[in-house]
Design a protein around this ligand. Sequence first.
Ligand code: ZN
Length: 241
Amino acid sequence: MPIKVTVWNEFRHENKEERIRKVYPDGIHAVIAGFLKEAGMDVTCATLDMPEHGLTKEVLDNTDVLIWWGHMAHHEVQDEIVERVYNRVLDGMGLIVLHSGHASKIFSKLMGTRTDRLRWRESGDTELIYCVNPGHEICDGLDEVIKIPEEEMYGEYFDIPQPDEQVFLSWFSGGELFRSGCCWRKEKGKVFYFRPGHEAYPIYYMPQIQKVIINAVKWAAPKANMKLTTGFTGEPMYKRD
Ligand code: ZN
């Protein structure tokens, strides 16, 4: 069975700014969905302006891994939908948060920290992404270092809880460092934060960046079949199908 992926994009920069539309004419989500489909995944897209932001209960129940890209309109995401996504993650759906999604309501809620806090500079720095966990599934088939010629800089301190697994660290030409690939487990769900992807640069066209996201989807997809029964029933707390 192919992994079912929903790519969620705020889709505002591409609609409002010509210079961004030139980079992503059909939206960031279309590019991400394209290479995931080529990798054999079953992909649908959802955007902020769709009813319920495109994240109805049916859509989420049919999603193994949700990818999240947002930036200028985090505050427009309804709390009710955030709660719905949050519960799906705890119930086992994988979540991949990209770039400026670090300040999204869903990521802050899952982390429990002020995840909007980090250093940043939009000055076309070179970024070197070092794989610091070469045995990790997300690093399969990658080069040791991924070089992005021009990117927005993110620097520490980044207010996140210590990752359960650290996969990538970034260096920027201004001298800053950043924890750019981080994994957490939240109840039954897995969460991966991946830093690159500023909207003004063609980052998601880079084969090595695509490979990271494809690997991350495979890592985050639910694999176990364990069902948690809630409430006192006299039965054991955990049942395996
Ligand atoms: Zn950015």
